[in-house]
Design a protein around this ligand. Structure first.
Ligand SMILES: [Zn+2]
Length: 363
């Protein structure tokens, strides 16, 4: 919530806004462009409150909502997906005249921010003490749902392995925690920890393991169920060998954030590589880079990766709107990298990541 000094005796209403900061990839004409997005948007459709928070979410001090403040916290009526969909529609209308085929997002910050207002016959911004709308129907507060006070309480999950009781390991920003005792991996879901299928590729000389999501999906709109299909889609300079139509195609996505260009090019490279080695179940011994991108977010970028694999793009991109990707199964797979002078190297897949782009101490 935004910090403010309450006026005693005035009726306080906390109005919710979604804040989304991240990267949007746009498949436009025959290229994939990206842009940085940082938006706030009403989480309840209402003409009586400002449509967005302007720059306040970035510029002002925020504190966690607790059960203490008195006032009505309005429950969000729109999901963040609804808000992103509207942003996309607005973006599409701005792109009229250009061929925009697909958008996807990689989020960095997603939060619900409460902004305080005094509510009487008019709505007054409680931070600036300035009216924002002249009239407010008397019945307004009866038409909106109020947040359950228990939902205003921050909840903590103890980082104890649900399978064996060991302390889980993970960095501050990790969304997947690992157990070094029973080799399992866990992520928070709906107030508890849920097991994540996990595995790794072997390299005795690995210095670092980077997390990737391997996703089996049902793809409609184009044929892409086998390695042979991929060779055609990407126009790979290879002659399709017997049996390649039996090698299943998996999507691979980074499970961590990188600058947009590197993120996309590494995802495309992994998808084109299609590692055939079966991952060993469990967590590797060694240094694990934290997984910070959820599988849900990864799924949102699959079509953009697919677009990046298409060759040529001018005949491929127009098919994008008809392509649907339905994820079926996923696993977190740690890929071994060796330390080079300036890069982390994965020689088998000809991958290199500049060491400056992965910070090992400050993530
Ligand atoms: Zn365990």
């Amino acid at each position: 919530m935004l910090a403010h000094t309450p006026h005693p005796g005035k009726k306080l209403v906390f109005f919710p806004y979604w804040r989304y900061r991240g990267i949007r990839f746009n498949c436009i004409e025959n290229e994939i462009e990206h842009q940085f997005v940082d938006v706030t948007h009403q989480a309840i459709d209402s003409p009586f409150f400002p449509a967005s928070m302007g720059l306040r979410a970035q510029a002002m001090r925020l504190s966690f909502v607790s059960p203490q403040p008195t006032g009505r916290f309005l429950a969000p009526a729109l999901s963040v997906q609804d808000v992103l969909k509207r942003q996309e529609q607005r973006f599409k209308s701005e792109m009229v005249g250009r061929n925009a085929y697909h958008q996807s997002h990689v989020g960095e910050v997603l939060s619900l921010i409460y902004s305080p207002f005094y509510v009487g016959t008019q709505v007054v911004d409680a931070v600036l003490n300035r009216p924002v709308s002249d009239t407010l129907p008397e019945s307004f507060l009866d038409t909106v749902a109020v947040l359950d006070p228990s939902a205003r309480q921050m909840r903590f999950l103890s980082a104890i392995c649900p399978a064996c009781g060991w302390n889980l390991s993970g960095e501050r920003n990790a969304i997947v925690l690992t157990c070094t005792n029973c080799n399992s991996a866990w992520q928070p879901a709906g107030g508890s920890l849920k097991q994540v299928p996990n595995g790794f590729l072997v390299d005795e000389d690995a210095d670092l393991f980077l997390p990737f999501w391997r996703i089996a999906a049902d793809i409609s709109g184009i044929p892409l169920s086998s390695y042979a299909d991929l060779v055609h889609l990407a126009n790979l300079p290879r002659v399709v060998q017997k049996g390649w139509d039996q090698v299943p195609f998996y999507f691979w996505s980074l499970a961590f954030r990188l600058s947009p260009k590197v993120f996309l090019s590494l995802s495309i490279r992994m998808n084109l590589t299609q590692p055939q080695e079966k991952p060993v179940p469990g967590n590797p011994r060694g240094t694990l880079y934290p997984a910070t991108l959820s599988v849900t977010e990864a799924v949102d970028t699959l079509k953009t990766s697919l677009a990046g694999m298409m060759k040529p793009t001018d005949t491929g991109f127009p098919k994008l709107p008809q392509i649907h990707i339905k994820p079926l199964r996923f696993a977190l797979v740690y890929i071994p990298f060796r330390s080079g002078h300036h890069e982390w190297l994965q020689p088998k897949f000809s991958m290199a990541i500049n060491k400056n782009t992965l910070s090992l101490t400050d993530h």
